[in-house]
Design a protein around this ligand. Structure first.
Ligand code: SDX
Length: 460
């Protein structure tokens, strides 16, 4: 059955830089403005013409700007890449000011309302929505690759009972690379495809088994009769019943959460996936690095920190005091703020709707009421408005996961399950982009000038 060919190059036609104003196309009567910068170096009086393409200048074009022939030439300096495009990508488009998020051009609101996670994963990896036959083949392939080698369980058993499941997840994703040595043939599209199917299929198994290990429960193996998200609930929560029957509403809520987490362009963990993947290492090792980046409390670990923050606040009456501590920078308001969204994170809006559906089944959650009150107070406060701090994807997702009875430590692991297709699509786009090669940033050296070795007896 022909599936959509995997995108062979992520660059496609040159796309506008995310969030850049739409290109202005001059009418016939007007002369098209030159797409370039004229730069005068006041140190030498020389002027340079630097081309502008897709709202960017190519950083290497700065190297021609020198003070003398020995000069290395100008570099751009951008710690944390606040204003640096590292790639051309056709996967996800975000407009942070307008609160727009689209996967391959499709608004996430429509995918969340009408699609499924596996369908969205196919879209993100292949670039097009699947036909029925393509989705059936994709679903069959993933459903039949959910098992992991039994030796991985021996590795898991080596962790302490209280090991954080994200640490177990990162370790076992990396360990998978030793079971599929073919995976280092990263230039072979068929080999890449097999590893992508394996990782999307096995991420939930690794995640659920990490949780079961932490509770001392026996591993609940995958059930091929269940949907992708239903099987996650099965492997997490099955006990003595002969066959686990997931609650359909909760299964749908989890599927929507995975859709909303599926990709987010060049976030910290996607950058890790690309940077590590650019060395041509196998995708398991690259994804372990991406998952490690996601583990951080400023990134995917924030959903866990939101719950811990709400627990620390304890009750509605303590919210004003906590807000005061945020404004004195003693603490951060976890789940608020975003590098790109300087308006409401569109995912948070949808997740809040899902929360209402979940609580119809699980019962009202005092944490949600506290979160809603915290959001209400924050959005009225000039500090948050002036800093453009709005709820992000992590603010409400943790509350839903808690209502679905996932332990707090599992929240970033659930984020990783949802983000797996995005990481793999970014990795594949990197490898098929002719402009890309091994990532190796420059630096501004601010260390010591040359100095000679001092024998230890002469050191003070
Ligand atoms: C995710 O990049 C992505 O796309 C990530 C993600 C994805 O899908 O991959 O969307 C997922 O990681 C969402 C973000 C989850 N993290 C959190 O909720 C942790 C809390 N948020 C912050 O740490 C922060 O907002 C970041 C890290 C998310 C963004 O930080 P930036 O853009 O680097 O902004 P900054 O840290 O430079 O802060 C700018 C100002 C500072 O104040 P000033 O020094 O200018 O006075 O805003 C303040 C910060 O102190 N600020 C906050 C705050 N976030 C920023 N103050 C209080 N609480 C916060 N949450």
């Amino acid at each position: 059955m022909a599936k959509h060919p995997l995108p062979t190059t992520g660059t496609g036609m040159g796309k506008k830089a995310a969030g850049s104003p739409p290109a202005t196309f001059p009418s016939e009567a007007t002369v098209a403005p030159k797409q370039s910068l004229s730069i005068t170096d006041n140190r030498t009086g020389k002027t340079y013409e630097i081309p502008v393409k897709d709202g960017t200048i190519h950083a290497t074009d700065l190297r021609q700007i020198k003070t003398d022939p020995e000069d290395f030439g100008l570099m751009s300096y951008d710690p944390a890449f606040n204003n640096t495009a590292s790639c051309r990508s056709a996967i996800t488009f975000i407009d942070g000011d307008k609160g727009i998020l689209r996967y391959r051009g499709y608004p996430i609101e429509q995918l969340a309302e009408r699609g499924t996670f596996l369908e969205t994963a196919y879209l993100i990896v292949h670039g097009e929505l699947p036909t029925t036959a393509q989705l059936d083949e994709w679903t069959h392939n993933i459903t039949h690759h959910t098992f992991i080698h039994e030796n991985i369980l021996k590795l898991m058993d080596g962790f302490r009972y209280d090991a954080h499941p994200m640490g177990v997840f990162v370790s076992t994703v990396a360990a998978l690379s030793t079971f599929y040595p073919e995976a280092n043939q990263i230039r072979n599209p068929e080999v890449r495809y097999r590893q992508m199917v394996r990782l999307i299929a096995k991420s939930p198994t690794l995640a659920a088994f990490a949780y079961r290990h932490s509770t001392g429960m026996p591993y609940a193996y995958p059930d091929n009769d269940l949907s992708y998200s239903g099987n996650v609930l099965n492997m997490m929560f099955k006990t003595t019943e002969a066959k686990y029957q997931p609650n359909k509403m909760l299964e749908h809520a989890l599927d929507v959460l995975f859709i909303l987490h599926a990709d987010h362009e060049q976030n910290c963990s996607a950058n890790a996936m690309r940077s590590v993947g650019s060395s041509e290492v196998d995708p398991y090792s690259a994804m372990a690095a991406a998952a490690a980046a996601l583990y951080g409390p400023l990134h995917g670990g924030a959903n866990e920190q939101v719950l811990r923050m709400l627990g620390e606040i304890g009750s509605m009456k303590n919210i004003p005091d906590y807000i005061k501590r945020v404004k004195t920078k003693e603490v951060k308001l976890m789940g608020f703020g975003h590098r790109i969204y300087k308006n409401y994170d569109p995912r948070a809006k949808i997740i809040k709707q899902v929360a209402d559906e979940v609580f119809e089944v699980t019962g009202k959650n005092p944490l949600l009421e506290m979160a809603v009150e915290l959001e209400r107070i924050a959005l009225q406060d000039d500090y948050f408005v002036s800093h453009k701090l709005y709820p992000n994807v992590d603010f409400y997702s943790g509350i839903i996961y808690e209502a679905l009875r996932f332990p707090v430590a599992m929240f970033p692991v659930l984020f990783a399950i949802g983000r797996t297709p995005g990481w793999l699509a970014q990795w594949q786009e990197l490898l098929t982009d002719p402009e890309q090669k091994i990532a190796r940033p420059r630096q501004v050296y601010v260390g010591s000038e040359k100095r000679d070795y001092v024998p230890i007896e002469k050191r003070r």
